[in-house]
Design a protein around this ligand. Structure first.
Ligand SMILES: Cc1cc2nc3c(=O)[nH]c(=O)nc-3n(C[C@H](O)[C@H](O)[C@H](O)COP(=O)(O)OP(=O)(O)OC[C@H]3O[C@@H](n4cnc5c(N)ncnc54)[C@H](O)[C@@H]3O)c2cc1C
Length: 485
């Protein structure tokens, strides 16, 4: 009897830890571990455990909490100050991590940045070549692939004429709206989509969760208006750049730069337990698996998601804590799927409405193109609803999810076109913030400096979770603490 293909699929579940490339050296071999993000100590904190006071203290000018792109960028901007950055994972980088599968570099999070945005400029400053994506997003639906969905592809979408006309009406109407009209920040996108019917809403209900942390009912309408201007406006230009393995390359370069400027300044495996104001400065306590230690500094930058900051920063005003708690973060899986033959023609990022995953990216777009000899890896994005967060703690559930994604990937193309043989799933409990109506107001309050404590992180860097937003938030926080250093 022939073994069904799905039984040949190898599933590996990992967290960003082992999936990430070490700062110095090559990527961790794929398939080596069933791992997860380090959340045990964070969950003990959440559950109210009281940790003892540290036995040892050290002094610093500035302590930075969190070693994602935002915390690292803040450290880089601090010149020759005595800076200590605390990161709970064994590697810095946060969501910007890379791995390799079957020899192909691939991302387990952030895929691209904009050439002209803060992240693209930082990459250029750090000497990374900016490798252009040059490919408008396509759509795979009804067994067909349509390149450049909202540009030249709109008339070729595989739907009846009446449906294609609704896509065209959506594009026309959104382009007639001003992208910077802040009234659309306050309204959910679903309300604006109502006239265009189920197919159009279904398309956006793939796009929205992957980019904006919620469905079209959850996210602000302004984002889709802005995006359509980018895709189909008169000055359209795809300024996205990437690297083999995605934005992990930028995080590694940035971490190496910080490590050179501040030898010993990046402390990994260090989960922050508390941050409080003490005298004119701050006190931070952290746990590194062996002991609890403390740092006394003149100032602190909190480059952590706000639901964590709300828990660990002592004495926050109630309105600020409330605003932090109202910034929602969606859980997210990324499944890298290796196929045993080259995948058919695709764009860099292909949207797959109605599937178990929202979109897939050709993993090594700037290295290996579809059609090159050898296997190909597709990075499939699987944003989840907030009420599905707990399910990520269940390994069997995650294995089943990885298999379902690979099956669905196969089903999205004609029989035999995509043949998954290996799937690696990376899970994150609180990945991107939800770009909800009214978010801007919560962000303004949540990031208000609290004496010598400033707040960075991408979740206060803009409506949309992005590397550029994380860097912008870092710059602002560095300016805010300058007076205390
Ligand atoms: C799947 C996915 C795909 C994405 N794709 C893109 C993309 O293509 N382009 C783009 O621009 N953006 C993308 N984003 C968004 C982008 O990755 C983030 O906005 C950005 O990386 C945020 O950086 P950050 O430093 O603010 O936060 P994070 O990356 O969240 O870093 C925060 C750090 O704090 C650490 N930490 C948390 N709690 C503690 C604690 N108690 N003690 C110590 N350390 C702690 C974490 O381990 C983490 O390293 C994507 C995000 C995800 C999840």
């Amino acid at each position: 009897m022939r073994t069904p293909r799905r039984h040949a699929l190898r599933v590996v579940i990992a967290g960003p830890v082992l999936a990430g490339c070490p700062v110095h050296g090559t990527a961790a071999p794929p398939g080596t571990a069933l791992e997860s993000e380090r959340f045990a100590v964070c969950h003990r904190l959440r559950d109210g455990e009281a940790f003892p006071r540290p036995g040892q203290w050290r002094d610093a000018d500035l302590v930075i909490l969190g070693g994602g792109i935002s915390g690292l960028s803040a450290a880089r901007l601090c010149g020759d100050r005595d800076v200590v950055l605390l990161e709970k994972e064994p590697l810095p980088g946060g969501h910007a991590q890379s791995t390799a599968l079957g020899g192909t570099p691939c991302s387990v999070g952030t895929a691209y940045v904009g050439r002209g945005d803060a992240a693209g400029r930082l990459a250029a400053e750090l000497g990374l070549p900016l490798l252009p994506v040059s490919s408008w997003d396509g759509t795979a639906d009804q067994g067909a692939f349509t390149p450049d969905t909202w540009g030249d592809g709109l008339d070729d979408l595989p739907y009846p004429l009446a449906v294609r006309e609704r896509f065209a009406a959506c594009r026309r109407d959104f382009l007639a709206l001003a992208p910077d009209d802040q009234r659309h920040d306050e309204a959910p996108l679903a309300a604006l989509l109502a006239p265009y019917g189920d197919h159009v809403r279904r398309w956006w209900d793939a796009y929205c969760p992957s980019n904006w942390g919620g469905s079209s009912a959850d996210v602000a309408a302004s984002l889709a208006i802005d995006t359509l201007h980018w895709w189909a406006g008169p000055d359209r230009s795809d300024g996205r750049v990437t690297w083999p393995g995605g934005v992990g390359a930028l995080a590694r370069r940035l971490a190496a730069d910080v490590a050179t400027a501040h030898p010993g300044g990046i402390v990994t495996g260090a989960t922050v337990l508390s941050l409080s104001r003490a005298g004119a400065g701050v006190e931070v306590t952290y746990f590194d698996d062996e002991r609890i230690s403390g740092i006394r500094a003149k100032a602190a930058i909190v480059a952590l998601p706000k639901f964590v900051a709300a828990r660990i920063v002592a004495g926050l005003p109630a309105d600020q804590r409330g605003a932090m708690e109202r910034i929602r973060h969606a859980p997210y899986c990324v499944v890298n799927v290796r196929c045993d033959r080259p995948v058919p023609r695709l764009g860099f990022d292909t949207w797959c409405p109605g599937r178990r995953f929202t979109d897939c990216i050709v993993a090594d777009w700037v290295g290996k193109r579809p059609g090159d000899a050898g296997g190909d890896v597709l990075t499939c994005y699987v944003p989840l609803a907030e009420d599905a967060r707990e399910s990520l703690l269940d390994d069997d559930h995650c294995r089943a999810l990885a298999v379902a994604v690979a099956d669905d990937l196969r089903a999205a193309w004609p029989e035999g076109a995509i043949t998954p043989v290996e799937a690696h799933l990376y899970r994150r409990g609180h990945a991107i913030h939800c770009s909800a109506p009214g978010l801007r107001n919560h962000q303004l309050l949540a990031r208000r400096p609290f004496g010598p404590i400033a707040f960075a992180h991408g979740d206060v860097g803009g409506l949309v979770a992005s590397s550029a937003g994380a860097i912008r938030a870092a710059r602002r926080a560095v300016d805010e603490v300058a007076a205390f250093l």
